[in-house]
Ligand binder design. Structure first.
Ligand code: S3P
Length: 426
């Protein structure tokens, strides 16, 4: 499966109950189980490359993992030194959170990943961790993987981050749990808060006050996690856009996390004119429910606030921008440049290749809605770029290449796409 031709879709009405489970929560479930006494039980764990790599690392760190195909049971007797290089694959979340977790563990650890991950900046976590006593190093003075970590005693900290990043926040919270006193972490805008919610649910002493999180070191091991991972809103969002750009269509996205730090892209699509409603059906660690999206003509909008709440969905949202009436503008989104690809340039170049007028600036871009035209788009190894342009293909047909990356987050993506339109694998 190296490339695919997607055919323009006819109006559709679809309920989707098998959206990929949430990637952020799956990574955290595997890692946090190592901080518990007793057996954590995880169902609906995302069985995709990124999160299976995290699970494998947890095994390499000495945890016992029993998987019957439905429930994954993880029990740990503390983090053990591993003779293996800990392979995070393509996952920045995996690498950055493991840095925080391992910086206080006894032993020496090496974290690495694929060619894309080895190019992504790690200093955002390694510099902060070094400041509090961690012994972390890597190429380019600790910025690039492979990273080597020798667990050390960590000092308490009051850290004010300049970026709203859940990965940095989570790495520092994990470090704080074993620091020598109470710590605080502040961020300029609230980033996704699964780490705080899940660790609090496990009994950690963590308080959030606006943009500041206070963490007390663990006095004892935490209670085990019992979690069913909800569907991933950033995976669900591809099909929200598919319905929003296909006249006469509607989609029901089932069992998605409705955590407010994760559904901002749906709110943006709603501001554009799409008809969207939410129904909460459960609340364990965070609210979970269904999202219905119905076609309605779209208009351009400005997206400039709470960027971290929709950062992963911006490529797919940009396909909706291209189909809207008027100009849409994205500002304050420089973080897009350090994702799985430089997503400002991959989105801008991709839309231009499809005949859309786009302007690029250092921290964003503007898109003039128009008529999307079929083209050939390369993913640059970025799963969200591949999937976004496949969704664009539902409007006008599309040829998308370099598709293996989709397995990092959404292995059954094409099964769902094929319920909506015809695809031909080349
Ligand atoms: C994630 C945080 C975000 C997001 C990534 C997953 C997480 O990254 O883009 O896909 O699980 O913590 P940043 O923390 O770098 O913004």
């Amino acid at each position: 499966m190296s490339s695919v031709k997607v055919t323009k879709a006819s109006p559709f009405s679809l309920a989707i109950s098998d959206i990929a489970p949430d990637k952020s929560i799956s990574h955290r479930s595997a890692m946090f189980a190592m901080l518990a006494e007793g057996t954590s039980e995880i169902t609906n764990f995302l069985r995709a490359e990124d999160t299976l790599n995290s699970l494998n690392i947890v095994k390499n760190l000495g945890a016992t993992v029993v998987d019957d195909g439905i429930t994954i049971k993880i029990s740990s007797e503390g983090i053990k030194e591993s003779s293996e290089i800990l392979d995070c694959g393509n996952s920045g979340t995996g690498m950055r959170l493991f840095c925080g977790l391992l910086s206080s563990a006894e032993g020496h650890f090496v974290l690495s990943g694929d060619e894309y991950l080895r190019r992504r900046p790690m200093k955002r976590v390694t510099a902060q961790l070094r400041d509090i006593g961690a012994k972390v190093d890597g190429r380019n003075n600790g910025d690039l993987a492979p990273l080597s970590i020798r667990g050390a005693s960590l000092r308490a900290f009051d850290y004010k981050s300049k970026i709203a990043s859940a990965q940095v926040k989570s790495a520092m919270i994990l470090a704080a749990l074993r620091a020598d006193g109470e710590c605080s972490y502040s961020e300029p805008e609230l980033s996704r808060d699964h780490t705080e919610r899940m660790l609090k649910g496990m009994g950690a002493e963590i308080e959030t006050d606006g943009l500041t999180t206070r963490i007390k070191p663990m006095k004892k091991l935490l209670s085990p996690l019992k979690i069913r991972v909800p569907a991933d809103p950033s995976s669900a969002f591809f099909f929200a856009v598919a319905a929003a750009i296909t006249p006469g269509s509607d989609v029901l996205l089932e069992g998605v996390t409705l955590n407010p730090t994760r559904i901002e892209a749906f709110m943006a699509l709603e501001r554009m004119g799409a008809d969207i409603c939410y129904e909460t059906i459960d609340n364990k660690y965070e609210p979970i429910g269904n999202i219905r999206v119905k076609y309605s003509p779209l208009k351009g909008i400005v997206v400039e606030d709470n960027i971290s709440w929709l950062i992963d969905e911006l490529p797919a949202l940009s396909i909706a921008f291209a189909c809207a009436d008027g100009v849409s503008v994205v500002k304050n989104a420089e973080e897009l440049r350090v994702k799985e690809s430089d997503r400002i340039s991959t989105v801008v170049n991709g839309l231009r290749a499809c005949g859309i007028e786009v302007d690029e600036v250092h921290d964003g871009y503007s898109v003039k809605g128009g008529e999307l035209k079929a083209s050939t788009i390369e993913s640059h190894g970025d799963h969200r770029i591949a999937m976004s342009f496949i969704i664009a293909g539902m409007k006008c047909g599309m040829h998308v290449t370099d598709l293996e990356c989709i397995n990092t987050s959404f292995p059954n993506f094409f099964e769902i796409v094929q319920k909506i339109t015809k695809v031909e694998f080349l």
